[in-house]
Ligand binder design. Structure first.
Ligand code: FES
Length: 380
């Protein structure tokens, strides 16, 4: 990363109350996306959001985030390549000293655009696949994009980027995990992220259909470990287990209002990906407030910061400094109380809710009877 541009990041990165600055800005440029993935974490009421921020507004957000102390920016969506100002935003961020990352399905990444993005200083591209087979890749995204993604992977390589692939795992493609790794090696991936589905947004709507069985998950993990031993440093393989199968929750966002600052396409500032699902949380908008006000002063970003909001069993738990009580959005989705312990935790009185969902996955017939709901701008 370049040395910090003049006037940026020169502060202490600590607010007057000791809150540290965000490290990571996730710029969700648009909810528009040519794909219709059933496991998408985007909100399910996509049509009800306001108009997208324009170029000037995004430039201001990026500058403000850098001034605040953020060092990494992810351009995401939806599909960020549907914005024709992406190159301008990347160049601006790079000029300020951000490490810039494009998170893409690959649709729209032509020779012309990747060359322009390279020129703009883009550091890193993460390309997603849905599966190692054309049939399942195209089924899960409801598009014919498998061949295109393979061509985009070659383009990314040809332009000297590290090859970073991502594949979201679930009941449908877990049995293919070995082939997915083979495909990644064939493409020349240096890094492969195999992230089991996190259940927010559209994925939550499809949770029962996507949830794997414990046995399928264990087999997939064994396969991953075999490949890790075989390929070593040639390709680093990350395998993220779905937290429904754990007995301790994930440290979601590394703690609320701690390092992550998201901005939705309409300018809503987000302490986490799914914050819009929490009722009563007045999410600020970057059109009405500076990012500094958003981060340090807004009720939403302070709602679950630190430990004062915790109830039992989190309040007296000796692991609270590690997992921060888990995920607030998951706690709300499964218990109706955003302050409750994340029920993934075996100490939660509602842990049985999680076990029920996992047990349902064993009943293949019941699962297959439910059709998947594919992401679309209009849920109806
Ligand atoms: Fe909102 Fe975890 S996604 S706190």
């Amino acid at each position: 990363m370049d040395t910090l541009a003049q006037g940026y990041g020169s502060g202490t990165g600590i607010g007057s109350d000791g809150t540290s600055a965000p490290l990571w800005l996730l710029a969700e440029l648009t909810y528009r996306c040519p794909l219709h993935c059933a496991f998408c974490y985007n909100p399910v009421d996509l049509e009800s959001h306001g108009p997208e921020l324009d170029t000037e507004e995004w430039l201001r957000v990026i500058s403000d985030a850098r001034k605040l102390g953020a060092v990494q920016i992810g351009f995401s969506g939806g599909e960020p390549l549907v914005r024709d100002d992406l190159e301008v935003l990347v160049a601006h961020a790079r000029g300020l000293g951000f490490y810039t990352n494009l998170i893409t399905s690959g649709v729209g990444l032509t020779e012309t655009r990747i060359a322009a993005l390279k020129l703009a200083g883009l550091d890193h591209i993460q390309l997603s696949f849905q599966d190692s087979t054309r049939e399942l890749n195209d089924f899960l995204s409801s598009t014919k994009t498998f061949e295109l993604k393979r061509k985009v992977a070659q383009l990314i390589k040809a332009h000297g980027y590290p090859m970073v692939l991502n594949c979201v795992l679930h009941r449908f493609n877990l049995p293919h995990v070995g082939q997915i790794i083979e495909m990644a090696l064939d493409i020349g991936a240096e890094y492969l992220e195999l992230a089991n589905t996190q259940y927010y947004g559209w994925a939550m709507l499809n949770r029962e259909q996507l949830m794997p069985t414990k046995e399928a998950l264990r087999e997939a993990e064994d396969t991953v470990n075999r490949y890790r031993a075989m390929v070593g440093e040639r390709c680093r393989i990350l395998f993220v287990v779905p937290d429904y199968f754990e007995t301790r929750p994930k440290a979601c966002m590394n703690g609320w209002g701690s390092v992550f600052l998201g901005v939705a396409p309409d300018g809503t500032a987000l302490p986490c990906h799914a914050a819009k699902t929490l009722p009563g949380l007045q999410l600020p908008n970057v059109k009405d407030a500076s990012l500094s006000q958003v981060w340090y002063e807004s009720g939403a970003f302070n709602a679950f910061r630190g430990e004062d909001w915790m109830q039992e069993p989190c309040r007296s738990c000796d692991e609270r400094g590690k997992d921060h009580g888990g995920c607030r959005c998951q706690a709300y989705a499964l218990t109706g109380d955003a302050r409750a312990a994340d029920p993934v935790c075996s100490k939660s009185p509602k842990h049985a809710e999680v076990e029920k969902v996992v047990a349902f996955a064993r009943d293949a017939r019941a699962v297959e009877e439910r059709p998947l709901v594919f992401r679309s701008m209009r849920r109806g």
